[in-house]
Design a protein around this ligand. Structure first.
Ligand SMILES: Nc1ncnc2c1ncn2[C@@H]1O[C@H](COP(=O)(O)OP(=O)(O)OP(=O)(O)O)[C@@H](O)[C@H]1O
Length: 311
């Protein structure tokens, strides 16, 4: 029982990850260590180029780390596998297949012994889940960007991966569509207790979706400087999120990191990430005191009023 609890808390374990692309250059990031509990939704935020996608690719097994290890359920991951589902920004659908066939293709890869009917019925559940039953026979070219992204999400869920990896999946969508899909994602994750690792540049998106937010310092030699535990209840909803007294304290803390601390010596030299937990209406951490979102910001690193990072 104790072992099981331990596996649950450290379902995914990343230890001392580092990556250097060129021998004559410093590593993009180093000493990256963190855990993801089973069923936990983790977002990672950091400025462009600090290595977020590289970390996601290492978790997906698409790229080898220069240093360090990744474990899932106590097993070391050394390559890609159907136990992990990836949703990329560019949806990556097969253009000659319909929505249902795109999903069936992925399901068949996972369950080679299933009958055609089993594959179809299984896929239909997930198409329904993302609200695309009416478009199941359409090809990707006949879908909007938001619909394509939903197909990508349905496909990833249909494979029932043990960990879902999302690389800025909503970055290219308009605000309204993004909101709708975020709500769907929240609902599906709550229903399935899916373990998720997601890259986002949107602070508000991280607050809405994540249980834990990893803040990366700037590269080269980027690190996870802080692990911020989301104090808002898991039942949070987009429409009412900003009414919670803890919302602005958390938001200011994240924006302040991106604007002021990500490039600072303290964040860049952190050997271990700082755990930031907010307590009650204020915060248990002195540096996490709610404060104004300070502008203007350095030209290279702008965080818009909407909480999105631009470089
Ligand atoms: N295959 C590669 N070969 C050489 N350098 C690479 C390669 N892939 C990434 N890099 C470099 O590594 C650094 C980190 O890239 P990565 O895409 O992981 O950053 P990121 O934080 O995801 O950035 P963004 O937010 O802009 O997507 C960048 O400087 C990038 O140029």
């Amino acid at each position: 029982m104790a072992t099981e609890t331990c596996v649950d808390a450290h379902f995914v374990k990343i230890e001392g990850l580092g990556k250097r692309y060129r021998a004559d250059q410093p590593p993009v990031f180093e000493g990256v260590s963190f855990s993801i509990a089973r069923g936990e939704f983790v977002c990672i935020i950091g400025h462009s180029g600090c290595g977020k996608t590289t970390i996601l690719n290492v978790l997906a097994g698409l790229e080898a780390p220069g240093e360090g290890y990744v474990f899932m359920a106590n097993r070391q991951l050394t390559g890609p596998g159907l136990d992990r589902g990836v949703v990329f920004q560019g949806h990556a659908l097969l253009p000659w297949l319909s929505v249902e066939d795109n999903i069936a293709f992925a399901v068949r890869a996972r369950h080679a012994d299933w009958s055609r009917r089993q594959v179809r019925e299984h896929g239909a559940r997930f198409i329904e889940m993302v609200g695309l039953a009416h478009a199941a026979r359409r090809k990707p070219a006949e879908l909007s960007g938001g619909m394509k992204q939903r197909v990508g999400i349905a496909r990833a869920f249909a494979v029932e991966p043990r960990m879902l990896l999302l690389d800025e999946p909503f970055g290219a969508l308009d605000a309204l569509t993004r909101g709708t899909i975020q709500d769907e994602l929240l609902r599906i994750c709550a229903a399935t207790r899916q373990t998720v690792f997601m890259i986002t540049h949107d602070v508000d998106e991280a607050i809405l979706l994540a249980d834990k937010i990893l803040l990366m310092s700037d590269g080269p030699r980027a690190r996870i400087a802080e692990i911020v535990v989301n104090p808002l209840p898991r039942t949070r909803q987009r429409e009412t999120l900003h009414h919670d007294p803890l919302f602005y304290g958390l938001r200011n803390h994240l924006v302040d990191f991106l604007v002021h601390r990500a490039a600072g010596a303290e964040a860049r030299s952190a050997t271990l990430p700082r755990l930031v937990q907010f307590a009650g209406e204020g915060t248990g951490d002195a540096s996490a005191e709610p404060g104004p979102v300070r502008m203007p910001v350095p030209a290279r690193r702008m965080v818009s009023a909407a909480g999105r990072v631009h470089s």
